[in-house]
Ligand binder design. Structure first.
Ligand code: SF4
Length: 389
C-alpha cells in the first residue's frame, strides 16, 4: 500500500507539457508550436508511455503533491486525454483529494467549452493566460482573445473550478503606472485567490526581440519597470494577496503547490516535448530533459518508450546553487541548513555577501532562514551573483 504522504523534502510533482498553440505570441520563447492538425490518439498514447517510463525509474512509495498541465496551450487537449493521463498518474503515484491538479488555459470560447470536461477529468485548478485587460494591448501582445471574451470566460471558469488563477503581463509598450494600477484594480475584482503578474521581458529568438533590436518596439526603461513593480506590490499587499514568489501573489493557502515543488527544490517528473525533471534516484539528484521538437519526441517515444536525453547527475555543488536560486524566489526564503545538506555539507552561500546585501536592504537572515526582501527579489540575479561568488 502507498504511504499517505511523500517523504522527500520539497514534495513530488508531475509536469505534462502539451507543446501546441493556436498561434505563436510574439513575446513567447516557450516550447510551443503551431500545427495544422494533431493526431490525438498517438499523442495520448505517447504521453502515457513516457509516464510509464519514468514511473519505472522513480523509487516506489513516492506520493504526488501536484500535477500541472502546461505548454503550449493544454486547454487545446481533449478532456479524454487529460482524464487518461490523470488515471495513469493515479495508478503510479496516487492522486488523493488533496492533490492539486492545474491546467493552463487560454480564454477563448472554444477552450471554455471544454472546462466542464477538464473538471470531470480531475482538474481542480485553472490557470488562465489573460495577459491584459484592454483590447489594444492584447493586440500588441498578439493574443487571440478580446478583453470582453476574457472577462466572460473568467466568470464562467469561477463557476466550475474552486481554485483559479490568471496571468497578466506588465511593463508593456507605452504602459503608465496609473494605467497599470487601474488594470490591477480591475483584475483584483475578478481574482479569487491567486494572480501571476509577470514583467514583460524581451527574449532572444522571439518576434519582439527582432522588433526591439530594430527600434520598432519600445518597452519601459528600468526605472519605470521598477515603479510598476512597486505599484504592484503595494496594491496586492493592500488586497491581501502578497507576493509569495517574484511574480506570484496569493491569499494565504492559495499558493500554487506545484510551483512550490520547484521553488522548494522538490522532485518532479516532466513528460512531453522539452519537459525537464528533477528526481532523487539512489540518493543522487538527477536532471532529466526530453527532446524539444514535438515530432522527434513523438517518434522517440514510439520507438524507445521515452523522448528523454541521457540523465545528468546534479553535483552537490550544483544542488546547493539550484536550491538557493529557487529558494530565494520565495517570500518564505530558504533554510541555510537545507542548502548545506543539498551541497554535501559545504554551504554554497558567501556569508560576507549576506552581510553586505542585508545592509543594503536586499536580504534578511533570521536564524537559519535566508530571505530576499521585495527589493532583493526584484534584483534577484544580482543578489544571486553576489551570494554565489
Ligand atoms: S499561448 Fe502561451 S505558450 Fe502559446 S505562444 Fe502564446 S504565450 Fe506562448
Amino acid at each position: 500500500m502507498l504511504p499517505l504522504t511523500d517523504t522527500v523534502p520539497g514534495g513530488f510533482g508531475l509536469y505534462v507539457h502539451w507543446p501546441f498553440c493556436a498561434s505563436k505570441c510574439p513575446y513567447c520563447d516557450f516550447n510551443s508550436h503551431v500545427r495544422e492538425g494533431v493526431d490525438q490518439a498517438r499523442w495520448r498514447a505517447a504521453m502515457l508511455r513516457e509516464m510509464d517510463h519514468f514511473a519505472a525509474r522513480v523509487p516506489v512509495g513516492r506520493r504526488l503533491s501536484s500535477v500541472f498541465f502546461g505548454g503550449g496551450t493544454p486547454s487545446l487537449m481533449p478532456p479524454e486525454t487529460v482524464a487518461a493521463i490523470l488515471e495513469r498518474a493515479n495508478h503510479h503515484w496516487g492522486i488523493t483529494d488533496g492533490v492539486e491538479v492545474t491546467l493552463e488555459a487560454n480564454p477563448t470560447s472554444s477552450e471554455a467549452a471544454r472546462f466542464a470536461g477538464f473538471r470531470a477529468a480531475g482538474v481542480n485548478r485553472l490557470s488562465m493566460g489573460i495577459q491584459a485587460l484592454n483590447d489594444a494591448d492584447l493586440k500588441v501582445l498578439g493574443r487571440k482573445h478580446s478583453a470582453g471574451e476574457a472577462m466572460a470566460v473568467i466568470a464562467m471558469a469561477k463557476g466550475i473550478f474552486d481554485r483559479f488563477s490568471f496571468d497578466l503581463i506588465y511593463a508593456r509598450p507605452g504602459q503608465t503606472v496609473a494605467a497599470w494600477q487601474d488594470e490591477l484594480s480591475q483584475a483584483l475584482d475578478m481574482a479569487v485567490g491567486h494572480l501571476s503578474l509577470y514583467q514583460l521581458t524581451i527574449e532572444e529568438g522571439t518576434q519582439f526581440h527582432t522588433l526591439h533590436q530594430r527600434g520598432d518596439l519600445v518597452v519601459p526603461d528600468e526605472d519605470l519597470a521598477g515603479d510598476l513593480y512597486e505599484a504592484t506590490q503595494v496594491l496586492l499587499n493592500q488586497a491581501g494577496m502578497p507576493a509569495y514568489e517574484v511574480s506570484n501573489h496569493a491569499r494565504p493557502g492559495q499558493e500554487s503547490r506545484h510551483n512550490l515543488v520547484y521553488w522548494r527544490y522538490g522532485d518532479y517528473v516532466g513528460i512531453g516535448p522539452g519537459a525537464h525533471g528533477r528526481l532523487t534516484l539512489k540518493g543522487e539528484k538527477t536532471a532529466t530533459r526530453t527532446h524539444r521538437a514535438p515530432e522527434i519526441w513523438l517518434q522517440r517515444v514510439e520507438e524507445a518508450g521515452t523522448g528523454a536525453h541521457a540523465d545528468e547527475r546534479v553535483t552537490p555543488e550544483q544542488r546547493g546553487r539550484e536550491a538557493l536560486m529557487m529558494g530565494l524566489r520565495l517570500a518564505e526564503g530558504v533554510s541555510l541548513a537545507r542548502l548545506t545538506a543539498e551541497a554535501g555539507g559545504v554551504s554554497p552561500v558567501d556569508m560576507a555577501a549576506v552581510d553586505r546585501l542585508s545592509r543594503h536592504g536586499l536580504l534578511t537572515l533570521d536564524g537559519d532562514r535566508l530571505t530576499a526582501t521585495a527589493d532583493g527579489r526584484q534584483r534577484l540575479n544580482g543578489v544571486l551573483a553576489a551570494l554565489l561568488g
